[in-house]
Design a protein. Sequence first.
Length: 103
Amino acid sequence: MALRRKDTIKPNNKLIYFLFNPRALPFTLTFTTLAILFVGFRMKGIEQAYLLNSMKQDIHKATIRNKELKAQRAREMSVPKLREFAAKYDLKEPGPEQIILIP
């Protein structure tokens, strides 16, 4: 006749036995939950830092583009360039009676 085995398994590892002990289980679960939350918040913080850095780079590029456009406008509105346009399209300077000042 075969011997019957007991269904109870005794853990060989003292750490596992300690962690899943009914007295230590609440502490184990609490610590595990806090560790997971800490890692999650840290990852979210890093993600937000990357997003902020990307936005700062976009703002920097837009600022440089704005300066380039302002310089281009200044070159196009310069006196020599305006005289060149006037000569090209056969325009004359306005007389004093054609100039209206708006206060």
